[in-house]
Design a protein around this ligand. Structure first.
Ligand code: PLP
Length: 451
């Protein structure tokens, strides 16, 4: 049965972000059947510890009957109605009220979409509508950063800072510029933290000055870059970036698609770094991935001129505020709250990950370990085992990643490193298991490199 499924997949399924030649050479995908807590199973009955919470999203873990129950009830009652024009429904109203209560003060108005990409597209459109409404339509430039990930639509890919995302004509779209990332492993080695924070923030200011501050409408950033490699900024970086935005009257957008809903040990990454964005985008952990839903939270400053303008806001998606997705998201937030998962991250997961993975900093194959909340990255340094080894970037991390999958741990390779973002419900025993499997894989790959 497995083989037939794999053949059908190879024949008909175009996978996102996948090397299809490699997939075919491997005989097709590993087929995941079900999950419980932090664990996944495949068609061959093998068990995997999900070190990535699906794709940074299954915050409450797999196998939550509360969520399927809520979805079933809502489907029976009202599976769909739109929120265009002048109608609404209870799930979206209740979710909006709940979110407004959890969000940092001042973010009270919420627009819905289906994915993180759409949330970021929406944020850009709202920013441009805002500047138009206040008589400064020339403020169309958005400043983003290298290594950022903001999605896969044309605008999302443009905002992103990975060169592979810009590899086709027309991307980035006009009026998107990129500053440097606050990525010490790449550009701040040996630099004192405060000096590096200064330098990284200065790069944002330089991008603004190069574009012309009077033309810049917003800066967008993930509090901690996720897909770019769990890039934890140096202390003081975000305060400086916020101050720069205020100096030039530029709106600050936090992309909380990964950082939101407990991942960093607070409800939102902006709280962890003590900043006050004008706009926040969310997805993933909003529903723990149980339903596709995303949101854009907007403060009074931006919303007031838009609401005062005559006529319709010309923006929206059929499934904006989808009732089933909204009901599931609401129950998901209730679970996070009821089970104290944000505190669990802060008090239990963060120290256990920092301790367990932090100890690997001395491993011969590891160059640096970064952890914050329930996020972590390892930078590998194969050159310390094979000086002048010259393997193409990513070879060793991919090898470790593949071995981890074979030995029952799902992780992800980014450049020559590995990232982790397990479900927030992970226990200290499960973190020990994660670290044990990873250590064994690092040992094995280090031994291969020595041969
Ligand atoms: N923003 C961030 C920070 C992300 O990590 C992602 C996806 O990984 C997105 C936006 C795009 O979200 P989606 O894949 O739901 O469009």
């Amino acid at each position: 049965a497995d083989h037939a499924l794999q053949q059908d997949d190879l024949a008909h399924h175009l996978h996102p972000f996948t090397d299809h030649r490699q997939l075919a050479a491997d005989g097709g995908p590993r087929i995941i059947t079900h999950g419980q807590g932090v664990w996944l199973w495949d068609t061959q009955g093998r068990r995997l510890l999900d070190g990535m919470a699906g794709l940074w999203c299954v915050n409450v873990g797999y196998g939550r009957p509360e969520l399927s129950e809520v979805a079933r009830r809502q489907m029976d009652r009202l599976p769909f109605y739109n929120t265009f024009f002048q109608t609404s429904h209870e799930p979206v109203i209740e979710l909006s009220k709940k979110l407004a209560g959890l969000l940092p003060e001042g973010l009270e108005h919420i627009f819905y979409a289906n994915s993180g990409s759409e949330a970021n597209d929406t944020a850009i459109r709202l920013v441009r509508h805002y500047w138009q409404a206040v008589g400064q339509p020339q403020r169309s430039v958005i400043v983003s950063r290298k290594h950022a990930y903001h999605g896969s639509t044309i605008a999302g890919a443009s905002l992103g800072g990975m060169s592979s995302m810009h590899d086709i004509p027309g991307i980035p779209i006009p009026d998107v510029v990129h500053a440097e990332a606050p990525y010490a492993w790449e550009s701040g080695k040996g630099m004192e933290e405060e000096r590096f924070a200064d330098a990284a923030a200065r790069s944002v200011e330089e991008a603004i000055l190069a574009a012309g501050p009077e033309r810049v409408g917003a800066f967008i950033g993930e509090p901690i870059m996720g897909a770019g490699g769990v890039i934890v900024p140096p202390a003081g970086y975000w305060q400086r970036v916020q101050a720069i935005c205020r100096r030039y009257d530029i709106l600050l957008i936090c992309d909380e698609v990964v950082c939101g809903f407990g991942r960093t040990g607070n409800w939102f990454g902006a709280q962890t770094f003590d900043i006050r964005p004008d706009i926040m985008t969310m997805a993933k952990g909003l529903s723990s991935g149980y339903q596709p839903i995303s949101a854009v939270a907007v403060g009074e400053r931006v919303v007031a001129p838009l609401l005062e303008r005559p006529g319709r806001l010309p923006h929206g998606f059929t499934y904006s505020g989808h009732p089933v997705a909204a009901a599931v998201a609401l129950e998901n937030l209730n679970i996070i709250e009821r089970e104290g998962l944000v505190e669990h991250v802060r008090e239990t997961v963060a120290p256990a990950l920092a301790g367990g993975l932090g100890a690997l900093a001395d491993h011969p194959l590891v160059g640096e370990v970064r952890t914050l909340g329930a996020m972590a990255a390892l930078e590998l340094s194969p050159e310390s085992i094979q000086p002048g080894g010259n393997l193409p970037l990513g070879t060793v991390a991919t090898r470790v990643r593949n071995l981890c999958f074979e030995r029952g741990l799902a992780t992800r390779a980014v450049r020559e490193g590995l990232v982790f973002a397990p479900p927030l419900v992970i226990t200290t025993d499960e973190i020990d298991t994660l670290v044990d499997i990873l250590t064994g894989c690092l040992d094995a790959v280090a031994a291969q490199l020595r041969e």
